[in-house]
Write a protein that binds this ligand. Structure first.
Ligand SMILES: *[C@@H]1O[C@H](CO)[C@@H](O)[C@H](O)[C@H]1NC(C)=O
Ligand SMILES: *[C@@H]1O[C@H](CO)[C@@H](O)[C@H](O)[C@H]1NC(C)=O
Ligand SMILES: *[C@@H]1O[C@H](CO)[C@@H](O)[C@H](O)[C@H]1NC(C)=O
Length: 171
């Protein structure tokens, strides 16, 4: 086989593999973390008084059977109190964040991706029409560069908000 021919095959495979790379979804559970890397979401403050695994603040009691892997992590943010946040790190081209929502309360958050506050998406403020709504997509962003990303989810400002983080998916 000539060198040129071999080179063509090598180039073909490089192009083929990068262009037609299979897109796979991976989950980041609130407690187990990334199903591949094991990286956990970073909850701040970290003393576990604010962010409570299986927290049931505001009288919201999700059914573990309906939550992803049976868990969620909850916090209550009181208007104008110090910042609290969840930080997710992932490598990929898309991210989807899922919360558990309730009819009783408002969930409100801001999103910062790679240090850039996302004003256009604005605060996400939502109330469920169901008593409890599972697998609610509260944020999604696609068409990202295929590299490392950091997403910060943070309720802040002048509204009280309950946060029930269940899991995220990235592609
Ligand atoms: C990944 O999950 C999101 C959210 O559920 C979905 O919209 C998307 O189509 C999935 N992508 C792939 C490649 O499976
Ligand atoms: C939410 O999604 C998870 C994972 O896909 C599933 O196990 C669970 O049953 C779903 N919950 C509801 C209420 O649809
Ligand atoms: C959650 O995930 C762990 C690890 O993959 C598994 O052992 C466990 O059975 C799962 N629990 C539920 C309720 O799905």
């Amino acid at each position: 086989m000539s060198c040129i021919h071999l080179l063509k095959i090598v180039i073909y495979f490089i192009l083929f593999n990068s262009t037609f790379a299979v897109l796979v979804n991976r989950t980041i559970d609130d407690q187990l973390g990334d199903e591949v890397t094991g990286d956990k979401p970073i909850y701040q403050p970290s003393d576990r008084k604010v962010w409570v695994p299986q927290g049931t603040k505001g009288g919201i009691k999700p059914d573990p059977k309906s939550a992803f892997n049976g868990t969620w992590t909850a916090a209550f943010y009181r208007a104008n109190s110090p910042k609290i946040s969840i930080t997710l790190e992932f490598k990929g081209t898309a991210i989807y964040v899922f919360f558990i929502l309730s009819k009783k309360t408002i969930t409100g958050c801001f999103f910062t991706l790679n240090g850039n506050f996302l004003p256009l998406s604005g605060p996400f403020i939502k109330k469920s029409w169901l008593d409890t709504q599972y697998n609610a997509t509260i944020f999604s962003k696609t068409d990202l560069a295929n590299s490392d990303h950091t997403l910060e989810i943070s309720p802040q400002g002048t509204c009280d908000a309950y946060i029930y983080f269940d899991y995220a998916i990235y592609t």
